[in-house]
Design a protein around this ligand. Structure first.
Ligand code: SF4
Length: 91
């Protein structure tokens, strides 16, 4: 099954939360960049920054991720439901 080549379906994307406009996540295609933020007492905190993208963003490095077990089970259940509805209509 072909899926849209967007971050949500990319094997490098890790969902981290959501907004009113949809899900957001981190792209793990490359190593994180070092970042600094203002800390308490005027100091600076250093940490790693991953690029943050929205679920519908995309780039040329997209690679489709495999389905998680729950996604496979959801698809099987949907197919079974559709088949039961088809048989009911055929009677
Ligand atoms: S930015 Fe590109 S590589 Fe990163 S998650 Fe999105 S599609 Fe994948």
């Amino acid at each position: 099954m072909s899926t849209a080549a967007i971050c949500e379906h990319c094997k490098f994307w890790v969902e981290t939360g959501g907004t009113d406009e949809g899900l957001v996540g981190e792209c793990r295609h490359h190593a994180p960049h070092p970042g600094l933020v203002d800390g308490a007492g005027g100091g600076a905190l250093r940490f790693a920054l991953w690029p943050v993208t929205r679920e519908n963003d995309w780039c040329g490095r997209f690679e489709e991720r495999g389905l998680a077990n729950h996604e496979i089970l959801e698809r099987v259940a949907l197919i079974e439901k559709m088949e039961a509805e088809r048989k009911a209509r055929a009677r």
